[in-house]
Each structure stands twice: as C-alpha cells, then as structure tokens.
Design a protein around this ligand. Structure first.
Ligand code: MN
Length: 201
C-alpha cells in the first residue's frame, strides 16, 4: 500500500504567529507531500513497497545506490515527527519526567535550550536539530539533510526542521529567531514525554 501524507495534527492556523498558515501550506502541502509521492514512485513494484517506513530508512541508510530512497523515506518520517512535536500554546520549560531527564543530562533547562539552539543554528545548510535518547541518556544532536537519529541507532524525542523552507516565509534568513520561537512557543512536551516513556522500556 502506498505511503500517505498524514494530516497535520492541528489546524493550519494553530501555530500562528510563530509559523504561519502560509508556511504550513507549502511545508506540509508541498514539501512533505512531495517526499511522500517521490518515495512511492521509488519503491513501487520493489520489495520495499511492503516494508515499514522505519525499515526502509534503516535499511537504505549509507547505501550510495539507494540515496534517493533514504532521503525521501527519512524526510517523510522527519516531517511527521516535526509536526507532532509542536502545538499552539506550547513551548517553555517541561515538567515531570522530561524535566528530570533534561536537568540530569544538561544541568538545567536553560543549558538544554542553549545547546539545542546552538545545534539548530550551527547546522550548516539544510538539516535538523534533535533531542534524542542515546545509550539511555538524553542528548542533543544535529543531522544534515535527511539524516535522523534512527539511522544512527538513537531514539528521537523532538526535532526542529532547519531547512530554509521551514522558516524563510516567516523569518527570512533569521534562523535563530525561528528556533527561539520553536522552543519558547511551540514545543509539544507531551509528545516528548510519550517518546521518552517508550524509549525507556
Ligand atoms: Mn522541511
């Protein structure tokens, strides 16, 4: 069965003014959708057509002959994960288990924010900033292009898309302002908590 573009988990206006409906129209409706349709055309009538997205990502990573399959499958997964990691009225400091894990790993929420923001801002060109579980501990990482923590054997908890298409309509070249708004206004910590609970099992 072909892969499908999942609906956004909120209304297109839900993230305004930090991410506009116009950006979501292009980013979800055009960019994310194109990764889905390209992946479907790449795996059609091949043994990969019946595999899960996760299996395709892990199986094709590092295989130069299947770079397009890796790039498109990972971008489908990364975007769905990105949408779910945000909500209107989100952001700010987490509580509970997530707060404890962040304080344990970084010392404080402020230090985590600095590290996450730095990863997002210093990713040269296109890519992603991540909060992950790596060997049982939460950590920040950045990846280029379509790469994601799964490809590196780590578990993603949260991501920020730092491709220019993610922020250019609303912030032009001001990637740091976009990342700041993501952290302060948009992060869905309930999504992070649910990923952390699953990662611990
Ligand atoms: Mn994107």
């Amino acid at each position: 069965m072909p892969f499908e573009l999942p609906a956004l988990p909120y209304d297109k206006t839900a993230l305004q003014p930090y991410i506009s409906a116009n950006t979501l129209d292009f980013h979800h409706g055009k960019h994310h959708n194109t990764y889905v349709t390209t992946l479907n055309s790449l795996v059609k009538d091949t043994p990969l057509a019946d595999k899960s997205l996760e299996d395709i990502i892990k199986d094709s990573f590092g295989d130069a002959g299947r770079a397009a399959i890796f790039n498109n499958s990972a971008q489908v997964w990364n975007h769905t994960f990105f949408w779910n990691g945000m909500k209107g009225g989100g952001g700010g400091a987490p509580s509970g288990e997530v707060a404890a894990a962040i304080e344990g790993a970084f010392g404080s929420y402020e230090k985590f924010k600095d590290e996450f923001k730095s990863a997002c801002v210093t990713q040269f060109g296109s890519g992603w900033g991540w909060l992950v579980v790596d060997n049982g501990k939460v950590a920040v990482m950045k990846t280029p292009n379509a790469e994601n923590p799964m490809a590196h054997g780590k578990t993603a908890l949260l991501t920020c898309d730092v491709w220019e298409h993610a922020y250019y309509l609303d912030y032009q070249n001001r990637r740091p302002d976009f990342v700041q708004a993501f952290l302060d206004q948009l992060v869905n910590w309930d999504f992070v908590a649910s990923n952390l609970a699953t990662a611990k099992r």
